[in-house]
Design a protein around this ligand. Structure first.
Ligand code: RB5
Length: 153
C-alpha cells in the first residue's frame, strides 16, 4: 500500500452493492483485504434482486458516522448507488470509470466513497480504480476551499 494512502492499513472500509454489483463487490472486497483494511461488507449476500438506494444509504450512514473511514459501492452503472450515497451531506461519492477519474476524485474532490459500475467497467479496470483511489492523497490548497463549499461552508 502507498504511504500516501488516506486510509491507513488496519482502518475500516465499508463495501456494498446491489445485485448487479454483487460479483464485482466480492472481487473488490478481496482486494481491500489484501491492501490491509478491515472490510465491513454491508451486503447484499447474493445476487437476489435488491434496491440500490438501500445499500447506498446504508454505506453512507457508516461513513458519515465515522464507523468506517471510506467506502466502495457497486451497482450496474454506479449511477444510482452513488446518487443514493451523496444524499448524505458528509459523503462525497465519486463515480469513477478509469485511473484518471479515480485519481482526480481523491486529489481534487477528497472523495470518501468510490462508486463503480459493474456493467460498464471491466473487472481489471475496476481493480485499477480501487488501488488508485486508495493510494491517492487529497491535494488540499485551493481544492480544500472548493470541497468545503460542498458542505455548505
Ligand atoms: C439494476 O438493474 C440497475 O438499475 C442498477 O444496478 C444501477 O445500474 C442503477 O443505477
Amino acid at each position: 500500500m502507498s504511504d500516501n494512502s488516506f486510509v491507513a492499513a488496519g482502518e475500516a472500509v465499508a463495501i456494498a452493492s446491489d445485485h448487479a454489483g454483487f460479483a464485482l463487490k466480492s472481487v473488490l472486497k478481496s482486494d481491500l483485504e489484501a491492501m490491509g483494511y478491515g472490510v465491513v461488507d454491508l451486503g447484499p449476500k447474493d445476487e437476489t434482486s435488491v434496491d440500490y438506494p438501500d445499500f447506498g444509504q446504508s454505506l453512507a450512514r457508516e461513513v458519515a458516522a465515522g464507523y468506517v473511514k471510506a467506502g466502495v459501492l457497486v451497482c450496474g452503472t454506479g449511477i444510482g448507488i452513488s446518487i443514493a450515497a451523496n444524499r448524505e451531506p458528509k459523503v462525497r461519492a465519486a463515480l469513477v470509470h478509469n485511473k484518471e477519474t479515480a485519481k482526480m476524485s481523491r486529489a481534487h474532490n477528497d472523495a470518501n466513497v468510490m462508486a463503480v459500475g459493474a456493467r460498464v467497467t471491466e473487472e481489471d479496470m475496476a481493480r485499477v480504480c480501487l488501488k488508485t483511489f486508495f493510494a491517492t492523497p487529497f491535494e488540499g490548497g485551493r481544492h480544500a476551499r472548493r470541497v468545503d463549499k460542498l458542505s455548505g461552508n
